[in-house]
Design a protein. Structure first.
Length: 147
């Protein structure tokens, strides 16, 4: 997976400042996952949000414009991802995609979960057998329209 030059610079500045996405959440007032999406150029920020991010990272004003541009979303290559963590999400959809689709259709009818009216949260759950990753997706249900 190729990372854009702008993303590389943003992430390098974040690392140099010793900031986490949770730190940026407190500064910007937006969720850490959304801020990460902005840095990876999968979401666009308002001028105010971009200025807060750029200021926190100690970068120049030229980065504000880049963070407010509408991005090209869905930057993964069409091949199966090789990064182990990203691959696991691919594998989860391969194994559980159809079961999830069937259950969603049973509960809501024929439609989709919005990726636009959507939130995504990542939580750490302490577990004596090994910490667990909890991923919470919440998207508006959009029924297919009949015409």
């Amino acid at each position: 997976m190729a990372t854009s030059a702008i993303t590389e610079k943003l992430l390098a500045a974040k690392k140099a400042k010793g900031l986490t996405f949770a730190d940026l959440e407190k500064i910007v007032g937006r969720d850490e996952v959304w801020i990460a999406a902005v840095l990876y150029r999968q979401a666009s920020a308002s001028d105010d949000e971009a200025n807060k991010i750029v200021s926190a990272l100690g970068l120049g004003a030229e980065f504000v414009e880049a963070l407010t541009e509408y991005p090209v979303k869905g930057s993964l290559e069409p091949t199966i991802p090789t990064d182990p963590l990203i691959y696991r999400f691919y594998e989860i959809m391969q194994v559980y995609g159809m079961p999830l689709k069937s259950i969603i259709h049973e509960k809501f009818g024929d439609g989709i979960m919005s990726a636009i009216d959507f939130t995504l949260d990542v939580e750490k759950e302490d577990d004596p057998k090994g910490d667990r990753v909890k991923v919470i997706m919440s998207g508006k249900f959009l029924p297919y329209k009949k015409w």
